[in-house]
Design a protein around this ligand. Sequence first.
Ligand SMILES: NC(=O)c1ccc[n+]([C@@H]2O[C@H](COP(=O)([O-])OP(=O)(O)OC[C@H]3O[C@@H](n4cnc5c(N)ncnc54)[C@H](OP(=O)(O)O)[C@@H]3O)[C@@H](O)[C@H]2O)c1
Length: 255
Amino acid sequence: MKVAIITGATSGLGWEAAVQIDERFKSLDEIWIIGRREDKLLELSACLAHSTRSFTMDVTDAQDRKEFCEALKKYRPNIRMLFQSAGKGLHGDFDKMKIEDETEMLRLNCEALLEMTHLCLPYMRKNSHIIHIASMAAFLPFPGYSVYGASKAFVLNFSRALRAELRKRKIHVMAVCPGPVNTPFFDVSERYTNGLSAFKKKFMNTPEKVIKKALNDAGSHRAVSVDNCIMRFCYFLSRVLSHDFIAGLLRFLRT
Ligand SMILES: NC(=O)c1ccc[n+]([C@@H]2O[C@H](COP(=O)([O-])OP(=O)(O)OC[C@H]3O[C@@H](n4cnc5c(N)ncnc54)[C@H](OP(=O)(O)O)[C@@H]3O)[C@@H](O)[C@H]2O)c1
């Protein structure tokens, strides 16, 4: 049974990934969708042409992951694509945020992503894909997003190293590094601030474009998918300028 597994499918980029994977990959037998909100999983399932299997689970919860592992053992799927979008951000100064909020974010963005990859890998074969949603915040030290940016740098570097490790098995790993995207992400990320900055409003992309580009890039076996030319320019700057200088500039611009 050929399946695609999508975490964070109840909203934003994960939802859009489910919709586009459904349209593109007709040879899949099932799409497995994961999120905590059962009503949203049902709503998404009704929008998709493929058969779906919904997992109402918190990916940070060890017991929920154990149950997911049991489902893998039971159905023994041939996982053609693992698309990990579950994640969240927090914007604000580190010393003004609750440490529990930051550590919870790390568990979701880093630990849960690792655990899910580890659970799924035994069911992946030649020419399958792992796609992880990182962020452009992964490229640089990002004042105001110090912990979020570091968590996404982890996702980016983990994905790149895993890509090299899995090359022999012909499993293709890619990190998606979007700039700001118009999703409910900001309802959570801006809860320590007074709302979206002018920078984010100006450069906001749509989930449709980010996912279309990501799936095209995965088809071309790219290591990293960057959604538009402005973000590609930022990526370039992050490689040639001093990170101290960039961090100072970002602080000044209050992005
Ligand atoms: N939007 C942006 O500007 C932007 C930019 C760069 C990178 N990203 C990254 O893109 C990814 C998707 O974000 P988005 O923009 O699509 O935001 P979103 O609309 O808020 O979606 C976040 C998804 O993560 C799921 N999730 C959160 N906590 C979870 C948990 N403990 N267990 C299981 N699922 C959980 C949510 O589902 P439930 O609430 O149903 O559990 C939801 O489906 C994130 O990794 C984010 O860091 C976003």
